[in-house]
Design a protein around this ligand. Structure first.
Ligand code: C5P
Ligand code: MG
Length: 223
């Protein structure tokens, strides 16, 4: 079955799910801020399903026969934002699949929304988010991390040309999303300059403040 069989999400007039049924935390931060690294830690302790918009787009780009492959490729290379209909449908499909397969309703949506129109459309047609976890990191730190990652990531956009464009897109297009959510008191900002473990300590504090509880481990008694 094609990953995108219809682009209906953006035209729906009411959200597919309510906030009571599905919990979404948006994870934002500049490229190289450590979103993916922190999400992996959160998944282990809190049982969320991690969905990276960038990963879903790369997957769709590489899917044989995708009508969106070439378009996605050029947007990613230029560090610009893929039209919202595609990204929202990919996210919605992945959420649907997760709910059917794992019966999960906790989602960390990483690298999304990167533009105000995406934020508005997602909350209007899929589900309103609980809050946005924002990893705040200066560009010099992110640049060093990305150049390091570029040695092994194989990503077409971990090179200095694309990185500069991604930084620019982040400041001009994605920060307005963070700022708008901030005016609604729906942003938790974490300093992402430090090492991954230290940053994660702050993430845990933030989750506590937002009343998100770690999964309790069930020990199997042998005797
Ligand atoms: O989050 P990540 O760095 O993996 O994203 C890579 C690229 O994917 C972005 O620079 C952008 O071109 C595209 N993207 C997008 N919309 C999103 C997330 C990623 O267009 N919400
Ligand atoms: Mg990522």
């Amino acid at each position: 079955m094609p990953a995108i069989e219809r682009l209906a999400a953006a035209t729906r007039s009411a959200p597919l799910w309510s906030k009571d049924d599905v919990t979404v935390i948006f994870v934002l931060g500049g490229p190289g801020a450590g979103k993916g690294t922190q999400c992996a830690k959160i998944v282990t302790d809190y049982g969320f399903k991690h969905l990276s918009a960038g990963d879903l787009l790369r997957e769709e780009q590489d899917r044989p026969g995708s009508e969106f492959g070439e378009m996605i490729k050029s947007y990613i290379k230029e560090g610009t934002i893929v039209p919202l209909e595609v990204t929202i449908q990919l996210l919605e499909n992945a959420m649907q699949a997760t709910r059917e397969k794992d019966n999960k309703s906790l989602f960390l949506i990483d690298g999304f929304p990167r533009k105000l129109d995406q934020a508005h459309a997602f909350e209007r047609t899929v589900v309103p988010s609980k809050f946005t976890l924002f990893f705040d990191c200066p560009e010099d730190v992110m640049l060093e991390r990305l150049l390091n990652r570029g040695k092994t990531s194989g990503r077409a956009d971990d090179n200095i040309e694309s990185i500069k464009k991604r930084f620019r897109t982040f400041v001009e297009t994605s920060m307005p999303v963070v700022n708008e959510f901030q005016t609604q008191d729906r942003v938790a900002k974490v300093d992402a300059t430090k090492g991954a473990d230290e940053v994660y300590e702050d993430v845990k504090k933030t989750f506590k403040e937002w009343d998100i509880k770690p999964i309790t481990l069930k020990f199997v008694q042998t005797q």
